[in-house]
Design a protein around this ligand. Structure first.
Ligand SMILES: [Zn+2]
Length: 122
């Protein structure tokens, strides 16, 4: 009897990023399912500290599904956070720091999704 394993993706609402992130996370962490929490330009939303609803969702994923990996992504051509790649990196890294500060029992990483919609750990 094996319990299904989960990880958690915090990504943009953009339909181009969902499958690449889910596939990348399943492969990297060998999990069965990926809980996906979305907001337009989520790296900027967390960077700006608008975390109430996102935090609630993350805590459900961690406590109910025992997710042990949280992946925060930003992507090329984001309509919700229309800034340079460098600014995205700043937003993603700060978002990782913010989510780490919640002291959840999970590993938190940041990912950049490039113009070919390929994810890269940053
Ligand atoms: Zn976006």
């Amino acid at each position: 009897m094996s319990e299904k394993s989960f990880a958690t993706s915090l990504s943009c609402i953009d339909g181009r990023v969902q499958l690449p992130m889910i596939n990348w996370i399943k492969e990297k962490y060998s999990v069965d399912f990926v809980d996906t929490i979305t907001a337009p330009g989520i790296d900027k939303v967390i960077f700006d500290g608008n975390i109430e609803s996102i935090k609630k969702s993350v805590i459900i994923s961690i406590s109910n599904h025992k997710s042990s990996h949280i992946v925060i992504s930003g992507h090329f051509g984001c309509a919700g956070n229309h800034v340079s790649e460098n600014e995205h990196f700043i937003h993603i890294k700060k978002s990782v720091d913010i989510v780490n500060s919640w002291n959840l029992d999970a590993d938190v990483v940041g990912v950049w999704i490039d113009e070919n919609f390929a994810p890269h750990l940053i």
